[in-house]
Every structure is written in structure tokens, then in C-alpha cells.
Design a protein around this ligand. Structure first.
Ligand code: ARG
Length: 557
């Protein structure tokens, strides 16, 4: 049973209001809590203390609760132990919802490496997709390839000047080759001021549909997509829609016509713009008649709404693009589309390396993602070889090293509030101790090893009598298991996967503390079965939670 929901239902039934249910700081104060303040609407003129007393009185006789207490303006509920245990051992389920949520994430740029710059959006976005789905939403995972804009004019010019087809095809990593040209362009453009103008012209030609330029551009695009797909495959990420900015080119003329018809376009210094309140105007067409990033985003949003009729759409994109989103959302609002109120920019902070330097493609200070994953895997392999001589001999070593290495990077990212900066520190993120992916994975593997060591069969364990679980540590674990559903709902409410990552750290710490204090394998086989049954559920929950974050849970490590 979902106690939060049930409590909310009961309060609504009794007082006709919606309340927030939270958990007291410490279990000794109760399992769930509500603030009397939330009920003021139902009790005009009453103080919060009076309301709390009233709520306590109404629920004291309820068969769900062992005890209901007032703590100042709060009412705390102690749920009956057997009900808590029963709920903890149930498979968490969610009702299917009819709402469709479109989640745009990743959105790397063609002819640029898929690097740190895009890892956060990819990891956060993919985790949100899985969690929204798990909770019952109809999710559309959407990619928005950066494949159009003046930078492709730069690339074409650079390729004409310094590149050759032979070198491109001979290159081991074709995207690297293109990136090197792009870097060269920026270096040279500092000296040769005509280069930028040439790039603008090249892009204008591309926009006008020049066949040679288009073929060139398409080649760059296809090569890059192949590269991105390798990363997605390694991370187990799939998109339902994989479109590029260029796919919306055809939607731009009708968009312009609509803006014109709605009298929203203003000419400013030769450009066409839409004026907005409290922020700079949104450029729609530059003076040379070419569209910009924002123009394509407006067209894309209209297309997505008209095609998929989403209830909600989120864009998982770095915080530095905040103004861009405010501007083009503002234009859509001015066009009269109120659905834009259900569209959100889910922003995030940067990844900081130990050197505290921001990476930049232009300067060439990029570390490739695949290189990072490979290194993580290699380091994970070394650690496992040191710690687990047995596993080191097995053929699964390579697979486990990949799961631990890549998992460590994913977890390091997702355990951080998306608004904060992610600190990237090799030693910390790969450690088997502390708040890391390997720590959570290791906790899972350790439970699995305890289960393998027990003389009890899985049937005997599954039949364990949960009413024997009365130790303080056991009650705490039971409570944590029940908090799983709440953690997922919280992730959705805030679009913050770190809530789940933090939950997993907490669950792992609680279970580690449990078997440090309480004897699991013992003489009393009844008690052993009950305790192992609890561990089975904990391991299961850890595994499920990790999977939702995009991380595998190896059986041994
Ligand atoms: N490709 C862009 C970049 O790498 C991000 C695109 C974000 N999504 C969007 N709809 N504008 O900066």
C-alpha cells in the first residue's frame, strides 16, 4: 500500500482538502507527517494547534495507525508495524496514466564530439524518461540534433580549405577529424577576418538548398550520428524520435506566415524579431534572411505539440541557455498557445574537472566521452582484480568492469542535484566507499553473496515470516523500502533524478548498517529466513533503482 496516497485520500475524505505528506526527520517521531497549516482552508479562524488537535482526534481510531500524535503544528502518524512490513514486501506498482510527456534530451551537435558537455543532459534525460515511464506516464524520448546553423558554414569552409575526402575517410575517428578542422577554423578566423563572412555565405547557400553543399553537410551529419549512436548503445539509451534542427526547415515558411499574420514580427536593424516583455527580443530571421537556433526551436515545439499532443514537455538543457528558452517560450505564448505553460526548461549546472576549467570545442579542450568510459572501465577492472581474485579469473570480469566503470560515471552525475555543479574526480567516483555508484552496486552484490551462502533455498526464504522482523534496524529498513515510491514521485515532481540516487545511497547505508549489527545467517532458521527475505527485497529495490538511473547491478563484484 502507498501510505502517502492513502493518507492524502483519508484527509481529503474527512476535510475536503489536499495536503502534502512528508516524513519526520527521524523515525522515532513517526512514519508520516502533515502540517496543520495545509488544512487551514477547512478550518477558517482556527489556529494550527487547534487544527492539529482536531486531525489527531479524527484519525486516532483509524485502524491504519498505531498512534497519532501532535507535535506543535504538525500531526505525526505511526502506521501499524505489520502494515508497514506488508507494504514493504509488495512489489511497488503505479497506475497507468493517460498523460503524455515529451522529454527532449541529449541534443548533441553534428561534427562535434559527444563529450562531457552533453553527458549531463543525456544521463539526466534518459533517467527521467525511465522514471516517468515507471511511474506510468506515456513518455516520448526525443532527440534534437544540432545539425543546422552558421557553424556548418564554418565547417564547409574549413573542409574546402584544409580538408580532403581521402583524409576524412582515412581518419580513424572521423568526427575527430572534423573537429580538428573546426578548431583550426576558429584559430585562423582570429587572424583572417574574411573567414567568418565566408562561413556565413556558405551557410546561406546551404539554406538555399545548394546541392553540393547539402551533400557535404549530409556526409558530416551521417558520420556524426553513427558516432552518437555508439554512445547511446553503450549507455542503453533509445529515442522514440531522433530529429535534427534541419528537419524543421520546411516548417519555417509557415511559421513566418503565422507570425506575420498575428502581427508579431517587427523589423529591427534589418532583422525580423518578436518583441518580448522583460527580456531582449527574439530574433526570428537575421538580416541575411537565415533562420536562427530559436526559429528552429519554435518550429520544432509547434510540430511536437501538433503531432504528439503532449500534456507536458521538458527540455533537459544546460542552465546557460536559460534566456534562449525564456525567449522562444515567450514567442509561442504571444502566438496564443497556452500549452506552452506546460513546457519547461529543466536546466543543469556544469561538470567541473579537477582543473576547474570549462571545456570548449572551439579551443579543442575536449575530453571525449568514449575515452572517459574506457578509462573508467580500465580503472574499475584494476580495483576488482585487487578486491576479488575469484571474479578476476572469470569471463564476466570484462562485463562487470564496464558496468562498474560506466555506472560510476553515471552515478556521480546523477547523485548531484541537477542545478549544482558535478565534481569529476576519478578517485572519488570509483571508490567502493562513500556516496558512489560502486558503493551501491557493491551493497547489492554483497547481499547476493550472503544469499548464495545461506543453506536456505529461495522457496524457504520467500516463505520467511516477516512478523519476526522486530529489530530497530529492521523497522528502519522496512520504512526505507516504503519510501521508494515516494522517491520516484519526488523525482517526477521536481524533474530531479538525484532524489532517487540519494535514496539508493540511503538504502545502501541502512542495509550495510543492518547486517553489521544484526546476525543474518544463524542457528534460528526461522529468523534467518525472515531476515534473508528482507535482504532479497532490498537487493531487488537497489537493482531496480539503479536500472532506472541507467546503471546495471552485477551479481558479483
Ligand atoms: N544542440 C544544442 C547544444 O548542444 C542543444 C539543444 C537543446 N535543445 C533545444 N531544443 N534547443 O547546445
Amino acid at each position: 500500500m502507498d501510505f502517502v496516497k492513502e493518507l492524502q485520500r483519508l484527509v481529503h475524505e474527512a476535510f475536503g482538502v489536499e495536503v502534502k505528506i512528508s516524513r519526520p526527520k527521524h523515525q522515532k517521531f513517526g512514519d508520516y507527517s502533515l502540517a496543520a497549516f495545509d488544512l487551514q482552508r477547512a478550518f477558517p479562524g482556527k489556529s494550527v494547534q487547534e487544527i492539529a488537535a482536531q486531525v489527531k482526534q479524527v484519525f486516532s481510531g483509524n485502524e491504519l495507525f498505531e498512534q497519532v500524535v501532535e507535535v506543535g503544528p504538525y500531526v505525526n502518524f505511526f502506521v501499524k508495524k505489520n502494515l508497514l512490513a506488508k507494504a514493504a514486501f509488495e512489489e511497488p506498482t503505479f497506475e497507468k496514466k493517460t498523460e503524455r510527456v515529451l522529454i527532449e534530451f541529449s541534443a548533441p551537435n553534428v561534427a562535434k564530439p559527444f563529450s562531457f558537455n552533453h553527458i549531463r543532459t543525456t544521463l539526466i534525460g534518459a533517467a527521467l524518461c525511465r522514471i516517468y515511464r515507471e511511474v506510468g506516464y506515456d513518455v516520448i524520448a526525443f532527440n534534437h540534433l544540432g545539425d543546422w546553423g552558421t557553424q556548418y558554414g564554418k565547417l564547409i569552409v574549413a573542409f574546402q580549405k584544409w580538408g580532403t575526402e581521402e583524409a576524412l575517410h582515412a581518419a580513424e575517428d572521423k568526427v575527430d577529424y572534423l573537429v580538428s578542422l573546426y578548431v583550426k577554423f576558429h584559430k585562423e578566423a582570429e587572424i583572417d577576418t574574411t573567414l567568418d563572412e565566408k562561413a556565413r555565405e556558405a551557410f546561406a547557400k546551404l539554406e538555399q538548398g545548394d546541392a553540393t553543399y547539402l551533400a557535404q553537410w549530409k556526409e558530416f551529419r551521417d558520420l556524426s550520428v553513427k558516432e552518437f549512436d555508439r554512445v547511446y548503445k553503450r549507455l542503453g539509451i533509445e529515442f522514440d524520435q531522433y530529429l535534427g534542427e534541419s528537419d524543421y526547415n520546411k516548417d519555417i515558411p509557415p511559421l513566418l506566415a503565422e507570425l506575420e499574420k498575428k502581427n508579431l514580427l517587427v523589423t529591427s536593424e534589418g532583422a525580423k524579431v518578436v518583441e518580448l516583455e522583460g527580456m531582449p527580443p527574439c530574433i526570428i530571421l537575421k538580416s541575411d534572411g537565415s533562420s536562427i537556433y530559436a526559429t528552429r526551436d519554435i518550429a520544432a515545439a509547434l510540430f511536437r505539440f501538433n503531432t504528439f499532443h503532449f500534456h507536458k514537455m521538458i527540455y533537459v538543457v544546460g542552465a546557460e541557455q536559460k534566456l534562449h528558452f525564456q525567449q522562444f517560450f515567450g514567442v509561442i505564448k504571444k502566438m496564443g498557445y497556452d500549452w506552452i505553460d506546460n513546457v519547461h526548461h529543466v536546466s543543469f549546472g556544469l561538470i567541473k574537472l579537477a582543473t576547474k576549467e570549462k571545456m570548449s570545442t572551439r579551443k579543442g579542450t575536449i575530453i571525449k566521452l568514449s575515452t572517459i568510459f574506457d578509462k573508467a572501465k580500465e580503472l574499475a577492472k584494476q580495483i576488482i582484480e585487487e578486491k576479488n581474485a575469484e571474479l578476476a579469473k572469470e569471463s564476466s570480469l570484462d562485463e562487470v568492469a564496464e558496468q562498474v566503470g560506466v555506472g560510476a560515471i553515471i552515478f556521480n552525475d546523477l547523485k548531484t542535484d541537477r542545478n549544482a555543479e558535478v565534481m569529476f574526480d576519478w578517485d572519488k567516483l570509483l571508490s567502493f566507499e562513500g556516496e558512489t555508484g560502486p558503493y551501491v552496486q557493491y551493497t547489492h552484490a554483497r547481499i547476493k553473496s550472503i544469499l548464495r551462502k545461506s543453506s536456505l533455498s529461495s522457496q524457504e526464504i520467500a516463505a520467511g515470516d516477516t512478523s519476526l522482523l522486530t529489530e530497530q534496524e529492521e523497522l528502519l529498513l522496512i520504512n526505507k523500502l516504503n519510501a521508494y515510491t515516494e522517491a520516484l514521485i519526488e523525482v517526477i515532481n521536481q524533474d530531479k533524478p538525484h532524489v532517487l540516487a540519494r535514496y539508493l545511497i540511503d538504502l545502501a547505508q541502512t542495509v550495510n548498517n543492518y547486517y553489521a549489527k544484526v546476525r543474518i545467517v544463524q542457528e534460528d532458521k526461522q529468523s534467518e529466513a525472515a531476515r534473508l527475505r528482507l535482504l532479497v527485497v532490498v537487493a531487488d529495490r537497489i537493482k531496480k533503482g539503479l536500472l532506472l538511473l541507467g546503471i546495471a547491478a552485477p551479481e558479483q563484484m
